[in-house]
Design a protein around this ligand. Structure first.
Ligand SMILES: *[C@@H]1O[C@H](CO)[C@@H](O)[C@H](O)[C@H]1NC(C)=O
Length: 464
């Protein structure tokens, strides 16, 4: 870590600031209702030195009253976009509910991997959906050492490359271990581990090379901007080690607009500081590599927790010995800017330069496996967008987006049965399918609630 000069002189100031910030943080927490189902209990857990008990957040009993008051100002659903109604058909549900799983479609099969069943339970198997007879079956186990969520994954049509990801439940760290699945035989083999572990990296095959980029570092939070590649053929590597490639872009208007009040100064003083992590979708179409949406910031493991309990507020403790500047940033995180969701889109082209593309219709994150390329259009199902500015609650996305690569234009092409994030998406015979993820609380409440196993399909209608 690069520490800014003159750090020592800030020592006392840091301590005083820490206390002040902690107090402010508590106040902020009253204002800041829970935004994440899984984290609602984690968020109210306090450092042991602080005995103040906070009222439970995210209590649905209280919310109708509060919501009524808020609606007059800004509806909880204000970020829903006008979208065509679609006819949705409910199909057989997946054998288990999953959040943050991964999926790969090969011909008429949708392979659905891993994911959380709940915050304390992760799946370590693959379920397979057959689009020909619309049934689930063919369950088989994953290698014991393979990550369970936030995986990087891509296929060449037979072999599936599974790169790093988070190992275990709660907010455990990532593993660098990497595997290959041969879907003709359902057999696994080991692959060269990534140089360092990454959490939710964008992964694609491009010009005979497996590309892995972004994601966040071992603490789940610091962004990894690195980009590696390795030559592969038929599930095997042709090289001895990963090669470093052009880093993924950061900065750009969307990012820094959010940082103007808080982090831009910190970036100036302390180069290693960033409030960020990347959960982007990465797509290769027509020999161009796209990186879409994503977010900065995610839940971290509580320091010293034997179960790596998910937590955000305890970052204060982690950063206590850091500079005054970092504490300022922690304050801004408390005030709800912790997660910044992007709508920006970049394309890496033949010249190996990142180009900025038209932005998504709204910021969208948690879409790593929620897309499909059909007729030269990228189709994206659901996700999460920016937090509600007043309630600071997470807002899920209830639309389907199309990015037409012929015209480089975005469209909102339909409404989902409900808002939902981390969907796993397939396409077969004119029908768009999605399964898994976490759905909203209801038509009037876009916050996340239930982890689902449901499978839905609708006829896909694209803008030419
Ligand atoms: C894709 O293109 C084919 C050929 O033009 C067309 O028949 C089909 O309807 C298109 N699919 C979608 C979903 O638009």
């Amino acid at each position: 870590m690069v520490k800014p000069a003159g750090k020592q002189s800030y020592g006392r100031l840091v301590f005083a600031s820490f206390l002040a910030l902690l107090a402010l943080g508590l106040v902020a927490d009253f204002l800041w209702a829970s935004s994440h189902r899984f984290s609602s209990s984690a968020m109210i857990s306090l450092p042991s030195s602080v005995t103040t008990k906070l009222p439970p957040s995210s209590n649905e009993k209280d919310s109708p009253k509060k919501d009524n008051a808020r609606e007059r100002k800004l509806s909880a659903t204000f970020q829903d976009l006008p979208a065509p109604q679609l006819h949705w058909e409910k199909m057989a549900p997946s054998p288990v509910p999953r959040l943050d799983g991964a999926a790969i479609q090969i011909r008429n099969f949708l392979y659905v991997f891993a994911g959380y069943g709940n915050i304390n339970l992760v799946h370590s198997h693959v379920d397979v959906y057959n689009f020909l007879d619309n049934t689930w079956g063919g369950r088989f186990d994953m290698p014991k050492e393979m990550a369970h969520s936030h995986l990087g994954m891509v296929t060449d049509g037979r072999y599936i490359y599974i790169v790093t990801g988070q190992y275990g439940p709660q907010c455990r760290g990532p593993t660098a271990k990497t595997f290959v699945l041969d879907t003709d035989t359902n057999t696994w083999s080991d692959f060269i581990p990534l140089p360092v572990p990454r959490y939710a990296p964008a992964t694609q095959l491009w010009r005979g090379r497996l590309h892995v980029m972004g994601g966040s570092k071992e603490n789940r939070h610091t962004p990894g901007l690195e980009h590696w590649s390795i030559a592969v053929k038929d599930g095997k590597t042709l090289e001895k080690e990963w090669r470093s490639e052009i880093p993924i872009p950061r900065g750009g208007p969307h990012r820094f607009v959010f940082f103007v009040d808080s982090c831009i100064i910190l970036n100036f003083l302390s180069e290693d500081w960033l409030c960020s992590c990347e959960c982007r979708a990465c797509v290769v179409v027509d020999d161009k590599l796209f990186v879409l949406g994503g977010q900065e910031g995610d839940f971290m493991a509580k320091p010293g927790s034997p179960i790596f309990k998910c937590s955000r507020r305890l970052e204060v403790l982690l950063l206590f010995y850091e500079t005054f500047c970092v504490c300022v940033c922690v304050l801004t995180l408390y005030l709800g800017w912790f997660k910044v969701v992007f709508s920006d889109v970049y394309m890496l082209d033949e010249e190996m330069k990142w180009k900025v593309m038209p932005s998504m219709p709204k910021p969208d994150s948690h879409i790593e496996f929620a897309w499909k390329v059909v007729n030269n259009s990228i189709v994206i199902v659901g996700g999460t967008t920016e937090k509600h500015p007043e309630t600071k609650k997470m807002v899920l996305v209830g639309e389907i987006f199309q990015f037409n690569l012929n015209t480089m234009k975005w469209y909102v092409i339909g409404k989902l049965p409900y808002r939902v994030k981390t969907t796993l998406v397939g396409y077969w015979d004119g029908q768009l399918y999605f399964t898994s993820g976490q759905r909203d609380k209801g038509p009037d409440d876009p916050g996340p609630r239930k982890v689902i196993a449901e499978m839905w399909r609708t006829k896909l209608i694209l803008n030419p």
